[in-house]
Design a protein around this ligand. Structure first.
Ligand code: SF4
Ligand code: SF4
Ligand code: SF4
Length: 324
Protein backbone atom coordinates (compact mmCIF):
# COMPACT_ATOMS: atom_id res chain seq x y z
CA UNK A 1 0.00 0.00 0.00
CA UNK A 2 1.46 3.39 -1.00
CA UNK A 3 0.50 6.48 0.99
CA UNK A 4 0.38 9.57 -1.25
CA UNK A 5 -2.31 11.33 0.77
CA UNK A 6 -0.54 14.42 2.08
CA UNK A 7 1.11 16.72 -0.47
CA UNK A 8 2.47 19.31 1.98
CA UNK A 9 1.29 22.90 2.19
CA UNK A 10 0.95 24.26 -1.34
CA UNK A 11 2.43 27.47 -2.68
CA UNK A 12 1.46 29.61 -5.67
CA UNK A 13 4.05 30.28 -8.36
CA UNK A 14 4.40 33.01 -11.00
CA UNK A 15 2.15 31.22 -13.52
CA UNK A 16 -1.00 32.21 -11.61
CA UNK A 17 -3.30 34.32 -13.82
CA UNK A 18 -3.48 36.93 -11.07
CA UNK A 19 0.24 37.49 -11.31
CA UNK A 20 0.05 39.14 -14.73
CA UNK A 21 -3.47 40.59 -14.70
CA UNK A 22 -4.86 42.19 -11.56
CA UNK A 23 -8.42 41.78 -12.82
CA UNK A 24 -8.05 38.06 -13.56
CA UNK A 25 -11.31 36.26 -12.88
CA UNK A 26 -9.73 32.87 -12.21
CA UNK A 27 -10.70 31.38 -8.86
CA UNK A 28 -10.77 27.66 -9.68
CA UNK A 29 -8.38 26.73 -6.86
CA UNK A 30 -10.41 28.73 -4.33
CA UNK A 31 -13.71 27.18 -5.44
CA UNK A 32 -12.51 23.59 -5.12
CA UNK A 33 -10.54 23.79 -1.86
CA UNK A 34 -12.55 21.71 0.64
CA UNK A 35 -10.96 23.56 3.58
CA UNK A 36 -11.42 27.15 2.36
CA UNK A 37 -7.68 27.59 2.74
CA UNK A 38 -7.26 29.86 -0.29
CA UNK A 39 -8.43 33.42 -0.77
CA UNK A 40 -7.83 36.53 -2.87
CA UNK A 41 -6.13 39.38 -0.99
CA UNK A 42 -6.54 43.15 -1.42
CA UNK A 43 -4.01 43.15 -4.26
CA UNK A 44 -6.05 40.44 -6.01
CA UNK A 45 -3.37 37.79 -5.44
CA UNK A 46 -4.16 34.25 -4.32
CA UNK A 47 -2.98 33.66 -0.75
CA UNK A 48 -2.60 30.35 1.07
CA UNK A 49 -4.00 30.01 4.59
CA UNK A 50 -4.55 26.81 6.59
CA UNK A 51 -3.81 24.39 3.76
CA UNK A 52 -3.87 20.71 4.77
CA UNK A 53 -2.07 19.61 1.62
CA UNK A 54 -4.78 17.59 -0.14
CA UNK A 55 -3.60 18.84 -3.56
CA UNK A 56 -7.08 19.19 -5.12
CA UNK A 57 -6.30 22.79 -6.18
CA UNK A 58 -3.16 21.50 -7.90
CA UNK A 59 -5.31 19.30 -10.05
CA UNK A 60 -7.80 22.08 -10.80
CA UNK A 61 -5.29 24.75 -11.84
CA UNK A 62 -4.82 24.74 -15.61
CA UNK A 63 -1.88 27.14 -15.32
CA UNK A 64 0.41 24.77 -13.39
CA UNK A 65 0.57 27.61 -10.84
CA UNK A 66 0.24 25.43 -7.72
CA UNK A 67 3.36 23.84 -6.28
CA UNK A 68 3.12 20.75 -4.07
CA UNK A 69 5.80 20.01 -1.50
CA UNK A 70 5.39 16.24 -1.21
CA UNK A 71 4.02 13.34 -3.20
CA UNK A 72 4.59 15.04 -6.52
CA UNK A 73 3.41 13.48 -9.77
CA UNK A 74 6.96 12.24 -10.32
CA UNK A 75 6.80 10.35 -6.98
CA UNK A 76 3.61 8.59 -8.05
CA UNK A 77 5.24 7.71 -11.37
CA UNK A 78 8.33 6.29 -9.65
CA UNK A 79 6.61 4.35 -6.86
CA UNK A 80 3.34 2.99 -8.23
CA UNK A 81 3.58 -0.66 -9.25
CA UNK A 82 -0.15 -1.40 -9.36
CA UNK A 83 -2.26 1.35 -10.99
CA UNK A 84 -5.18 1.33 -8.59
CA UNK A 85 -6.10 4.48 -6.68
CA UNK A 86 -8.57 5.51 -4.03
CA UNK A 87 -8.95 7.93 -1.15
CA UNK A 88 -8.70 6.80 2.49
CA UNK A 89 -12.37 5.75 2.45
CA UNK A 90 -12.24 3.69 -0.74
CA UNK A 91 -10.35 0.68 -2.10
CA UNK A 92 -7.17 1.08 -4.12
CA UNK A 93 -3.52 0.12 -3.57
CA UNK A 94 -2.37 3.72 -3.75
CA UNK A 95 -3.95 6.12 -1.30
CA UNK A 96 -4.43 9.69 -2.48
CA UNK A 97 -6.24 12.58 -0.79
CA UNK A 98 -9.06 12.50 -3.35
CA UNK A 99 -9.48 10.92 -6.79
CA UNK A 100 -9.47 14.47 -8.23
CA UNK A 101 -5.73 14.51 -7.38
CA UNK A 102 -5.28 12.37 -10.51
CA UNK A 103 -4.69 14.88 -13.29
CA UNK A 104 -5.13 13.87 -16.92
CA UNK A 105 -1.33 13.57 -17.20
CA UNK A 106 -1.20 10.86 -14.51
CA UNK A 107 -4.25 8.97 -15.76
CA UNK A 108 -2.86 8.90 -19.32
CA UNK A 109 0.58 7.93 -18.00
CA UNK A 110 -0.74 4.89 -16.09
CA UNK A 111 -2.91 3.83 -19.03
CA UNK A 112 0.11 3.98 -21.36
CA UNK A 113 2.34 2.15 -18.87
CA UNK A 114 0.00 -0.58 -17.61
CA UNK A 115 -2.73 -0.63 -20.25
CA UNK A 116 -5.35 0.41 -17.66
CA UNK A 117 -5.98 2.34 -14.46
CA UNK A 118 -8.39 1.45 -11.64
CA UNK A 119 -9.96 4.36 -9.80
CA UNK A 120 -12.13 3.58 -6.78
CA UNK A 121 -14.84 6.01 -5.71
CA UNK A 122 -16.03 6.06 -2.12
CA UNK A 123 -19.12 7.87 -0.92
CA UNK A 124 -18.11 10.97 -2.93
CA UNK A 125 -21.45 12.78 -2.94
CA UNK A 126 -21.48 12.94 0.87
CA UNK A 127 -17.78 13.75 1.27
CA UNK A 128 -16.28 17.09 2.32
CA UNK A 129 -14.33 16.87 -0.92
CA UNK A 130 -17.49 16.73 -3.08
CA UNK A 131 -16.70 20.10 -4.74
CA UNK A 132 -13.64 18.43 -6.17
CA UNK A 133 -15.73 15.82 -8.00
CA UNK A 134 -16.18 18.47 -10.67
CA UNK A 135 -12.37 18.58 -11.01
CA UNK A 136 -12.29 14.80 -11.32
CA UNK A 137 -14.98 14.85 -14.02
CA UNK A 138 -13.07 17.52 -15.95
CA UNK A 139 -9.82 15.54 -15.69
CA UNK A 140 -11.68 12.48 -16.97
CA UNK A 141 -13.09 14.47 -19.90
CA UNK A 142 -9.58 15.66 -20.83
CA UNK A 143 -8.28 12.10 -20.46
CA UNK A 144 -11.03 10.84 -22.76
CA UNK A 145 -10.13 13.43 -25.40
CA UNK A 146 -6.41 12.61 -25.20
CA UNK A 147 -6.96 8.85 -25.36
CA UNK A 148 -9.20 9.37 -28.40
CA UNK A 149 -6.35 11.23 -30.13
CA UNK A 150 -4.00 8.37 -29.25
CA UNK A 151 -6.57 5.86 -30.56
CA UNK A 152 -6.85 4.13 -27.17
CA UNK A 153 -10.22 3.05 -25.80
CA UNK A 154 -11.49 4.96 -22.76
CA UNK A 155 -12.47 1.53 -21.36
CA UNK A 156 -8.87 1.41 -20.10
CA UNK A 157 -10.00 3.85 -17.37
CA UNK A 158 -11.93 1.65 -14.95
CA UNK A 159 -13.97 3.48 -12.34
CA UNK A 160 -15.62 1.51 -9.55
CA UNK A 161 -17.73 2.42 -6.56
CA UNK A 162 -16.16 0.65 -3.62
CA UNK A 163 -15.82 1.92 -0.03
CA UNK A 164 -13.56 0.46 2.65
CA UNK A 165 -15.09 -0.92 5.89
CA UNK A 166 -12.47 0.94 7.91
CA UNK A 167 -10.74 4.10 6.58
CA UNK A 168 -7.03 3.83 5.79
CA UNK A 169 -4.95 5.83 8.26
CA UNK A 170 -2.56 8.08 6.36
CA UNK A 171 0.74 9.21 7.76
CA UNK A 172 0.29 12.96 8.14
CA UNK A 173 3.59 13.27 10.01
CA UNK A 174 6.02 15.40 8.08
CA UNK A 175 9.58 16.10 9.01
CA UNK A 176 11.25 19.49 8.58
CA UNK A 177 13.60 17.83 6.17
CA UNK A 178 10.76 16.71 3.89
CA UNK A 179 9.29 20.21 3.76
CA UNK A 180 12.48 21.78 2.45
CA UNK A 181 13.60 18.97 0.20
CA UNK A 182 13.18 20.07 -3.42
CA UNK A 183 12.29 17.16 -5.65
CA UNK A 184 12.26 16.87 -9.39
CA UNK A 185 9.24 18.80 -10.65
CA UNK A 186 7.52 18.37 -13.95
CA UNK A 187 4.62 20.72 -14.73
CA UNK A 188 1.48 18.75 -15.61
CA UNK A 189 1.27 20.19 -19.13
CA UNK A 190 4.94 19.40 -19.95
CA UNK A 191 4.48 15.90 -18.54
CA UNK A 192 1.44 15.36 -20.74
CA UNK A 193 3.13 16.71 -23.87
CA UNK A 194 6.10 14.36 -23.33
CA UNK A 195 3.68 11.43 -23.09
CA UNK A 196 1.65 12.12 -26.19
CA UNK A 197 3.78 14.06 -28.66
CA UNK A 198 4.98 11.04 -30.64
CA UNK A 199 1.72 9.11 -30.30
CA UNK A 200 -1.12 11.27 -31.64
CA UNK A 201 -2.95 9.25 -34.28
CA UNK A 202 -6.06 11.32 -34.92
CA UNK A 203 -7.72 14.63 -34.20
CA UNK A 204 -9.81 15.02 -31.04
CA UNK A 205 -11.25 18.07 -29.32
CA UNK A 206 -9.47 19.19 -26.15
CA UNK A 207 -10.92 21.42 -23.42
CA UNK A 208 -7.58 22.25 -21.74
CA UNK A 209 -6.53 24.94 -24.21
CA UNK A 210 -8.11 27.23 -26.84
CA UNK A 211 -7.35 28.49 -30.33
CA UNK A 212 -7.17 32.26 -30.55
CA UNK A 213 -7.78 34.57 -33.46
CA UNK A 214 -7.23 38.31 -33.69
CA UNK A 215 -9.21 40.63 -35.91
CA UNK A 216 -8.29 43.73 -37.94
CA UNK A 217 -9.11 46.13 -35.12
CA UNK A 218 -5.94 45.13 -33.18
CA UNK A 219 -3.40 47.95 -32.89
CA UNK A 220 -0.53 45.88 -31.45
CA UNK A 221 -0.76 47.55 -28.04
CA UNK A 222 0.87 44.38 -26.53
CA UNK A 223 -1.51 44.20 -23.56
CA UNK A 224 -2.43 40.59 -24.39
CA UNK A 225 1.24 39.66 -24.35
CA UNK A 226 1.79 41.25 -20.96
CA UNK A 227 -1.28 39.75 -19.23
CA UNK A 228 -0.66 36.19 -20.44
CA UNK A 229 0.70 34.24 -17.44
CA UNK A 230 2.04 31.44 -19.60
CA UNK A 231 3.98 33.39 -22.23
CA UNK A 232 1.72 31.93 -24.92
CA UNK A 233 1.58 35.22 -26.87
CA UNK A 234 4.63 36.94 -28.30
CA UNK A 235 4.51 40.17 -30.29
CA UNK A 236 7.42 41.16 -32.50
CA UNK A 237 7.55 44.68 -33.89
CA UNK A 238 10.08 45.29 -36.66
CA UNK A 239 9.39 46.23 -40.31
CA UNK A 240 6.23 44.20 -39.78
CA UNK A 241 4.46 43.62 -36.47
CA UNK A 242 3.50 39.99 -35.88
CA UNK A 243 1.50 38.32 -33.10
CA UNK A 244 2.57 34.72 -32.48
CA UNK A 245 0.62 32.26 -30.38
CA UNK A 246 1.63 28.90 -28.93
CA UNK A 247 -1.56 26.97 -28.01
CA UNK A 248 0.46 24.32 -26.18
CA UNK A 249 1.31 26.88 -23.50
CA UNK A 250 -2.17 28.39 -23.31
CA UNK A 251 -4.27 27.44 -20.27
CA UNK A 252 -7.49 29.02 -21.61
CA UNK A 253 -7.48 31.51 -18.72
CA UNK A 254 -8.85 34.20 -21.08
CA UNK A 255 -6.84 37.03 -19.46
CA UNK A 256 -5.90 38.20 -22.97
CA UNK A 257 -9.52 38.25 -24.15
CA UNK A 258 -10.73 40.13 -21.07
CA UNK A 259 -7.86 42.64 -21.11
CA UNK A 260 -7.76 43.50 -24.83
CA UNK A 261 -8.97 47.13 -24.99
CA UNK A 262 -10.13 46.64 -28.59
CA UNK A 263 -12.05 43.38 -28.04
CA UNK A 264 -9.94 42.05 -30.87
CA UNK A 265 -9.41 38.50 -29.59
CA UNK A 266 -11.80 35.59 -29.98
CA UNK A 267 -11.43 31.98 -28.90
CA UNK A 268 -12.41 28.77 -30.60
CA UNK A 269 -12.28 25.19 -29.37
CA UNK A 270 -8.92 23.47 -29.54
CA UNK A 271 -7.73 19.96 -30.35
CA UNK A 272 -5.29 17.55 -28.71
CA UNK A 273 -2.77 18.23 -31.49
CA UNK A 274 -2.67 21.87 -30.31
CA UNK A 275 -0.71 20.59 -27.31
CA UNK A 276 2.30 20.09 -29.58
CA UNK A 277 4.43 23.27 -29.23
CA UNK A 278 4.33 25.55 -32.25
CA UNK A 279 4.26 29.26 -33.09
CA UNK A 280 1.11 30.23 -34.97
CA UNK A 281 1.12 33.56 -36.74
CA UNK A 282 -2.17 35.14 -35.63
CA UNK A 283 -1.96 38.59 -37.15
CA UNK A 284 0.50 40.90 -38.91
CA UNK A 285 0.68 44.45 -40.23
CA UNK A 286 3.49 46.45 -41.87
CA UNK A 287 5.15 49.37 -40.08
CA UNK A 288 3.88 52.94 -40.61
CA UNK A 289 5.28 56.25 -39.40
CA UNK A 290 2.88 58.90 -38.14
CA UNK A 291 3.43 62.62 -38.83
CA UNK A 292 4.26 62.94 -35.10
CA UNK A 293 7.19 60.55 -35.61
CA UNK A 294 5.62 57.55 -33.84
CA UNK A 295 5.96 54.10 -35.38
CA UNK A 296 2.62 52.25 -35.53
CA UNK A 297 1.02 49.22 -37.15
CA UNK A 298 -2.62 49.93 -38.11
CA UNK A 299 -4.36 50.91 -41.36
CA UNK A 300 -5.17 54.37 -39.98
CA UNK A 301 -3.56 57.58 -41.26
CA UNK A 302 -2.37 58.52 -37.77
CA UNK A 303 -0.96 56.53 -34.82
CA UNK A 304 -3.21 55.36 -31.92
CA UNK A 305 -1.74 58.04 -29.60
CA UNK A 306 -2.59 60.84 -32.08
CA UNK A 307 -6.03 59.31 -32.53
CA UNK A 308 -6.62 59.61 -28.75
CA UNK A 309 -5.22 63.16 -28.70
CA UNK A 310 -7.49 64.17 -31.61
CA UNK A 311 -10.51 62.69 -29.87
CA UNK A 312 -9.73 64.58 -26.66
CA UNK A 313 -9.18 67.75 -28.68
CA UNK A 314 -12.57 67.36 -30.37
CA UNK A 315 -14.18 66.83 -26.95
CA UNK A 316 -12.51 69.96 -25.57
CA UNK A 317 -13.56 71.98 -28.62
CA UNK A 318 -17.16 70.91 -28.12
CA UNK A 319 -17.04 72.07 -24.46
CA UNK A 320 -15.57 75.41 -25.59
CA UNK A 321 -18.37 75.76 -28.17
CA UNK A 322 -20.95 75.15 -25.41
CA UNK A 323 -19.57 78.13 -23.50
CA UNK A 324 -20.70 80.56 -26.20
S1 SF4 B 1 -4.34 30.36 -12.07
FE1 SF4 B 1 -4.32 28.57 -10.69
S2 SF4 B 1 -3.51 29.36 -8.75
FE2 SF4 B 1 -4.15 31.13 -9.96
S3 SF4 B 1 -6.28 31.55 -9.32
FE3 SF4 B 1 -6.38 30.22 -11.12
S4 SF4 B 1 -6.51 28.12 -10.29
FE4 SF4 B 1 -5.76 29.47 -8.63
S1 SF4 C 1 -5.06 41.73 -29.61
FE1 SF4 C 1 -5.81 43.41 -28.33
S2 SF4 C 1 -4.44 43.40 -26.56
FE2 SF4 C 1 -3.40 42.20 -28.17
S3 SF4 C 1 -2.14 43.69 -29.24
FE3 SF4 C 1 -4.07 43.60 -30.34
S4 SF4 C 1 -5.31 45.28 -29.48
FE4 SF4 C 1 -3.62 44.90 -28.03
S1 SF4 D 1 -3.06 33.11 -24.45
FE1 SF4 D 1 -4.73 34.15 -23.38
S2 SF4 D 1 -6.06 32.49 -22.68
FE2 SF4 D 1 -4.09 31.56 -23.20
S3 SF4 D 1 -2.92 31.50 -21.28
FE3 SF4 D 1 -2.38 33.40 -22.34
S4 SF4 D 1 -3.80 34.95 -21.52
FE4 SF4 D 1 -4.62 32.93 -20.98
Amino acid sequence: MNDFVFTGKISINAFCSHNTYWKSACSKCIEVCPFEALAIDFDNNVVVGDCIGCGVCYSACENDAIELNRNLDIDLVKNVTEPSFGCIFAKGDNKISCISRLGENLIVYFVLKFGYINIFKGNCEKCKFKMSLEVFEKNLKKTQEILKALDISFDAVKIEQSSLDKPFEPNFGISRRDVFKIKERVPKRDFLIELIKENIKQSAEYIGTIRLSINEICDFCSICESVCPKGAIIIEKRETAVIYFNPSLCSACKNCIDACPKNAITAKKAFVEDLIPKALKLFEKPKKICSCGNVYYTDEEICPECEIKNKKRQELLSYIKDLF
